[in-house]
Design a protein around this ligand. Structure first.
Ligand SMILES: [Zn+2]
Length: 68
């Protein structure tokens, strides 16, 4: 997957993360839970949300150590 990146401070946040999270939270304005309506809205606004979710779930949880 090609990933655009946004540099914030010392870290790098992949745009795929930001976009997925923004869409997820905006969908909650219309559907509070995670039922069929939530899935329907996610499919509409971010059709590849499942692969993005899986990529995030497979990502390492710990931050890298940076030396100064
Ligand atoms: Zn949520």
């Amino acid at each position: 997957m090609q990933v655009d990146q946004v540099v914030l401070g010392r870290g790098v946040i992949a745009a795929v993360v930001v976009r997925s999270n923004v869409v997820h939270e905006l969908v909650h304005f219309h559907e509070r839970g995670y039922g069929p309506r939530f899935v329907e809205l996610m499919d509409h606004y971010l059709p590849d949300w499942r692969s993005r979710r899986d990529e995030l779930n497979d990502a390492p949880r710990a931050a890298e150590e940076w030396s100064d």
